[in-house]
Ligand binder design. Structure first.
Ligand code: ATP
Length: 303
């Protein structure tokens, strides 16, 4: 996340404001093991943040915790919003009474497999810890992030990482060299719970070669990363939403290293040879009114 601290004058009183960016992620590979006794599945996923981001402003204003969502994005502003839950959790733990207004400008497509809500939560957590001057070490921060959601810990740092367990066991990888990405979000709804139910009970096949993917990322071999990309949810989700495979085929017709669905979908992305290749495919995909298209790139902050 990036933090910019400003002091704005409001009615003669200095007002603290934090401006933050919350970046989306893509899953370069995503593998799922059998269901555990607690109902969760073990996952193993190589993830990377991308430059597409939401913007968040935290300011001391209003009363209690107030969430404002700009541009009519279809996300709740009450306790169902992960940023509100983040603030409330910290409030309870540290008996914070100061008000906070959380202004959210959504650019990351919602419920698309790009981790938008989790990234917003991670960044809000880091921002409020700073704004409210809370004393938390790295381990405590990680525990709080895990409480908010399985994908939240990854976004505390972002960049490249392998996530295991529920998603909270992280091994960071060197970030990939900047690589252009075309991202296509079919306008269909896919819930994560539904996607898990579509997995065959006897286990999934084929599965990604995670060890080779990790090696390719370490070698900064983007071509190999593209070749190895595989998500076990892609085939099962595409059975109900065939547009996913159609989009992937159209991306692969361009100058691409590989393409895959991200998370539990329905967003599909391609690693492209260069910016021109990404824009060319994007123009082709935009012809379909049922698809939202972004040109973006791999991105890592602070590392
Ligand atoms: P993941 O890949 O982590 O499952 P996702 O990218 O598929 O996440 P999100 O964009 O995080 O999905 O949204 C999932 C649900 O969470 C939506 O139904 C939305 O209403 C709710 N939600 C709560 N807080 C937020 C937020 N800050 N931004 C977006 N969605 C949010």
């Amino acid at each position: 996340m990036s933090v910019e601290l400003g002091q704005r004058q409001e009615g003669g009183k200095p007002m603290k404001e934090l401006h933050l960016n919350a970046y989306a992620k893509v899953n370069l590979s995503l593998d799922v093991g059998p269901e555990r006794s607690d109902g969760y599945h073990e996952i193993e996923s190589v993830m990377h943040t991308i430059s597409l981001h939401d913007s968040i402003t935290l300011r001391e204003a209003g009363s209690g915790t107030e969430v404002v969502v700009n541009d009519g994005a279809n996300v709740p502003t009450d306790h169902r919003n992960l940023v509100a839950r983040t603030a409330e959790m910290l409030r309870e733990m540290f008996t914070v009474t100061r008000p906070v207004q959380i202004e959210l400008t959504k650019r990351i497509p919602v419920a698309a497999g790009l981790g938008g809500g989790s990234s917003d939560a991670a960044v809000t957590l880091l921002g409020l810890v700073q704004m409210w001057k809370l004393r938390l070490d790295g381990r405590e921060l990680l525990a709080l992030a895990t409480k908010l959601g399985a994908d939240v810990p990854f976004f505390l740092e972002g960049g490249g990482a392998v996530a295991r367990g529920k998603g909270e066991r992280l091994t960071y990888l060197p970030p990939l060299p900047t690589t252009w990405i075309v991202l296509a979000r079919p306008r269909v709804e896919v819930s994560t719970a539904w996607a898990y139910r579509q997995l065959p009970s006897g286990g999934v096949s084929p599965r990604p070669n995670t060890a080779s993917m990790i090696e390719a990322v370490k070698q900064e071999d983007v071509r190999e990363v593209g070749r190895l990309m595989h998500n076990v949810f892609e085939d099962v989700v595409a059975q109900t939403h065939p547009l996913i495979k159609d989009l992937k085929t159209r991306i692969l017709r361009g100058e691409s290293y590989g393409a895959s669905m991200s998370g539990t979908g329905p967003a599909v992305f391609g690693l492209m040879a260069n910016e021109a290749a990404a824009r060319k495919v994007a123009d082709d995909l935009r012809a379909d009114p049922n698809v939202e298209v972004h040109v973006t790139r791999t991105f890592a902050e602070n590392r």
